[in-house]
Structures are given as C-alpha cells and as structure tokens.
Design a protein around this ligand. Structure first.
Ligand code: NAD
Length: 275
C-alpha cells in the first residue's frame, strides 16, 4: 500500500456502466482513493462528473499504459470489454500492479499467460465473471445440487447491450456443475439418439452445451443480470435463481476484491477465492 494509507485505485472502463458504478463505490470507500480513470470514451472529462457524483479531480485518460506510469496505482480495476481487458490485465502483470477484472468473454490462454507473468512478478490478478454474493452462492448451490441431480440446464438473461454470450457466469456455473458431477461420479442422462432438432431454422433451440450443460442466453431490454439453474429429477424440479436488479449488487464484491488482491500471486479465478 502507498504511504497515504489508502489503497490507490485506477479504474479502466471508467465511462462504462460498471466503471461508473465502481467510481462511485471506490469514492465512498473510506480506505480507498481513486488516482486514475481510463476509457476510450469521455476522454478529458472528470470521472466523478461522468459517474454522477460531481467533480473528483480525476480526468479520464485514453491510454492505460501511460495512466499506470503516471499514477502508480496500488490496484487496477478493469471493467472494459474483452480485448481491451486482456491488454489491460497483461499490462498490469508486466508492470507488477495487482489487477481486479470483471470483464467477461476473456480468452483463457491470454489470461493464463498474464497470470504466469504476474506470478513471476509476485502480484495477483483476480478475474471474476460475477461479483454479486448472491450469484456466487447460486453457483455454489447449483454445484452442490448437481451431485444428486446431475440433469441440469442454465438460462441466463441479460440486458440487450451485453456483447458476449453465453455469460461468463453461465460458463463458470456449467464448469462447476461438470466438476461436481465428476467428483460425485454422477452423470446426466444421455441425450436421445438421432436428430432432435428437426425443424428447419430451429438449430440451437436446445442451447449451447458447455461441459455437457446446455446454456440458453436471453438478451432483452429491462434485464440487468439474471440466471436460473434448473435441475430435473424423476417427478421433481429444483430451480436455483439469482437476479441482479441493480449494478450496485456487484460493488461489495468489487471492494472486497480490491482489498484482497494484493495478497494473491498469479491468476485467481472467481470471487469465492477471496471470500
Ligand atoms: P460498457 O460497454 O458499459 O463499458 C465498457 C467500457 O469499456 C466502455 O466505457 C468502453 O468505452 C470502455 N472501453 C472499451 N475499450 C476500451 C479500451 N481499449 N480502453 C479503455 N476503455 C475501453 O459495459 P459494462 O456493462 O460496464 O460491462 C463491462 C464488462 O463487465 C463486460 O465484459 C460485462 O460482461 C462485465 N460485467 C461483469 C460483471 C461482474 O460482476 N464481473 C457484472 C456486470 C458486467
């Protein structure tokens, strides 16, 4: 930590929906200070003003590399989008700056390469596709349930501007379910043999399978971030659902990650790793 006794935080993606929420949350945190904000939009504007909390004296800069060099943050928080996030995470690893990223749709090999670099430099990178505590619990409960009810499908519903599908949360949930099935030696019932999508133009109606779990993605205005895990057994259905109705739901998790990432080394995946 810097000698100011505050954790000095740089926010990448500061003009975005999540970035603005992070600016507000970090601004209100008594143990943190915003020292930099980066985005390709709103360059030159004050990050606080953009986030609706008034002038905080932190202008949005366009280039993360020079922002890191100029501001020397203790922690970078990244809520940009895939591509930009991979670049930012890699840069943090090379610059020995701990990084928290919530961006989704990231390429695993790029993350692992950055993780190896971070490990070599003795810093941590925490990547979590969902910072809401309820979503972490939903994934944990779904994994537990899959030991006994291995037949499961996921429906995830997000706002219409979400770029990636399926969501990072759905992918992580499917991964946890698959892992849980393996440990318990529980297998889902095999799909019926033969063609099951006969209607022309209806390909994909059974969802996209990840780890053997079908995922169905809905993108509509009105949603923020929602997910249902449906587990079926003979004569019974168990539904586990989580709804983020406001982006503030992610902020306690983001603040926790900022506080804990400095204790980590290398790539760490999922908020539960620091809970
Ligand atoms: P958004 O489009 O509103 O914001 C992304 C911001 O990144 C934009 O302001 C954009 O200008 C900026 N950006 C793009 N390229 C950039 C670059 N090269 N350098 C700097 N800034 C750049 O999106 P959002 O809804 O805020 O979501 C951001 C990411 O967070 C997405 O990947 C989304 O899936 C993810 N997300 C994660 C969680 C979680 O809990 N982990 C929750 C919600 C959203």
């Amino acid at each position: 930590m810097s000698d100011s006794e505050h954790i000095l935080v740089l926010v990448a993606g500061a003009a975005g929906r999540m970035g603005k929420e992070v600016i507000r949350a970090v601004w209100e945190a008594p143990d943190m200070e915003i020292v930099g904000a980066v985005d390709v939009h709103g360059v030159g504007e004050d990050a606080g003003k953009l986030a609706g909390i008034g002038d905080i004296g932190v202008p949005i800069l366009s280039d993360i590399q020079s922002a890191i060099a100029a501001r020397r943050p203790d922690v970078c928080v990244d809520f940009t989008v895939a591509g930009a996030a991979e670049h930012g995470i890699d840069l943090c690893a090379r610059s020995s700056i701990p990084c928290v990223s919530g961006a989704t749709g990231l390429a695993r090999p790029a993350l692992e390469a950055a993780g190896a670099q971070a490990e070599a430099n003795g810093v941590g990178i925490l990547v979590a596709p969902n910072f809401a505590i309820g979503a972490v619990l939903m994934m944990r409960f779904a994994a537990e349930a899959a030991r006994y009810m291995p037949d499961a499908e996921i429906i995830e519903l997000h706002h219409e501007n979400k770029l990636d599908a399926p969501s990072g949360t759905a992918l992580l949930t499917a991964d946890r379910i698959a892992q849980s099935r393996r440990v318990a030696g529980a297998a889902p019932r095999p799909a019926p043999a033969g063609e099951i999508e006969k209607v022309p133009g209806a390909r994909g109606a059974r969802g996209e399978r990840t780890g053997g779990v079908p995922i169905h993605s809905v993108r509509l205005p009105g949603f923020v971030a929602h997910q249902e895990v449906i587990l079926g057994g003979v004569g019974q259905i168990l539904t586990i659902r989580h709804d983020s109705t406001d982006r503030r739901s992610f902020m306690p998790g983001v603040l926790l990650a900022i506080r804990r990432v400095r204790e980590l080394k290398g790539l760490v995946f999922g908020l539960e790793s620091v809970m």
